[in-house]
Design a binder for this molecule. Structure first.
Ligand SMILES: Cc1ncc(COP(=O)(O)O)c(C=O)c1O
Length: 370
């Protein structure tokens, strides 16, 4: 290798400001090391797995992988349109919702038009801004001892940080990594104060898990607020994380702008077919939701009983505030094949995020706590 050559010096200004994604531990190696007793509680995956209908649809499509997929995803969009009551022209499909979050900044933000998000908001938000060469403003989160949403989004403070130049606001509801949420009424009050030329993205990756009072979705506000955008994913409750598919609901003109930059075949045919079948399996979705609700409450209760502080969550994970640096706690579990996610990258080094895995995985976590 020619060590004198270093392409890092050639990266454009936006890319120079970025660091590569930290994928966490080497999970394939850990699967070999620990086998069936590995407890993977670091990535917020769904331990029930996908709907059988989705699996069957995916398998059928394998015969056609020599063809390009439908670049419009028309069949899935029609299904989403009828399930959600939104026009097809307002639906954009993505290679995971991550891609859509990035796409919006690429299409709408730039050096003159900054992005606003919450401190401890989903990590992709500032990355999307930086990749678009835009400044991102992280608004201080609610305090750690807030009764409803510790470390959560402070919507009035976010609204106060928005100016006429702000082109994008990213909110996550519920948020990763905090698990916190805000109500539909709070979202509406927020939107009523935001300039019409500022796009507000509500990332609802965990939407299918929510059951708190006053919380459903931003979806019903789309017609009243054309600057509102809702993103969702098939990675979590639908358990199709490996296929990479998400969707965005917006005013048709927002979708039309995104079409200019979207890669023509960004979503593969297996993902399109599996997602469409998964949407139709209401029974599986209800089972996933109920199992998560039950096990999340059980896990929170067990951890609390052992003296740990578990933050309120409307997702398929909980954030545990240890009140001290989490490195030794995480390392202790890691050596015993229990993978949880330390949150130092979010500047929350005293916390770990724990997915609501299978009962067996969660029991191994409890048995192995330091
Ligand atoms: C809040 C939030 N948004 C978006 C995503 C991206 O999900 P995907 O790209 O798998 O759709 C995640 C994944 O962890 C998330 O937690």
């Amino acid at each position: 290798m020619n060590t004198a050559f270093d392409a890092a010096t050639l990266a454009n200004r936006a890319t120079s400001a970025l660091r590569a994604y930290d994928p966490g531990h080497d999970l394939p190696a850990l699967r070999l090391r620990f086998g069936a007793v590995l407890s993977e509680l670091g990535s917020n995956e769904n331990p029930l797995g996908p709907s059988k209908l989705a699996m069957r649809a995916a398998t059928r499509v394998l015969e056609d992988i020599w063809r390009y997929p439908d670049p419009l995803g028309a069949s899935l969009k029609a299904k989403l349109s009828s399930e959600l009551g939104v026009p097809v022209s307002g639906i954009t499909l993505g290679n995971g919702s991550h891609e859509l979050l990035m796409l919006m900044a690429q299409c709408f933000a730039d050096a003159e038009h900054p992005v606003v998000h919450s401190q401890f908001g989903f990590a992709v938000f500032p990355i999307a801004a930086a990749a678009a060469g835009a400044r991102s403003i992280a608004v201080p989160a609610l305090p750690a001892d807030h009764p409803d949403a510790p470390y959560g989004h402070d919507l009035p403070a976010i609204a106060a940080a928005v100016t006429d130049d702000t082109r994008l606001v990213y909110l996550a509801n519920p948020n990763n990594p905090t698990g916190t949420w805000f109500t539909d009424a709070a979202l509406e009050a927020f939107l009523s104060t935001i300039p019409a030329q500022t796009l507000v993205v509500v990332d609802e990756a965990y939407h299918e898990y929510v059951d708190a009072e006053g919380l459903s979705s931003g979806l019903h506000l789309l017609t009243r607020y054309p600057n509102l955008i809702v993103t969702r994913t098939f990675s979590k409750a639908y358990a199709l994380a490996g296929l990479r598919i998400g969707y965005m609901l917006s005013h048709p003109s927002v979708a039309a702008v995104c079409e200019r930059l979207r890669e023509s075949f960004n979503v593969n045919g297996v993902a399109l077919a599996a997602a469409e079948a998964a949407l139709g399996d209401h029974e599986h979705r209800a089972r996933v939701r109920e199992t998560n609700r039950r096990d999340r409450a059980w896990l929170a209760g067990e951890l609390t009983a052992r003296g740990l502080r578990v933050l309120p969550s409307q997702t398929n994970f909980v954030l545990v505030d240890l009140g001290r640096d989490a490195a030794a706690f995480e390392a202790h579990l890691f050596e015993r094949g229990v993978i949880v996610r330390p949150m130092g990258g979010y500047r929350l080094p005293h916390t770990v995020r724990v997915s609501v895995g299978s009962r067996a995985e969660l029991e191994r976590l409890l048995e192995n706590l330091p």
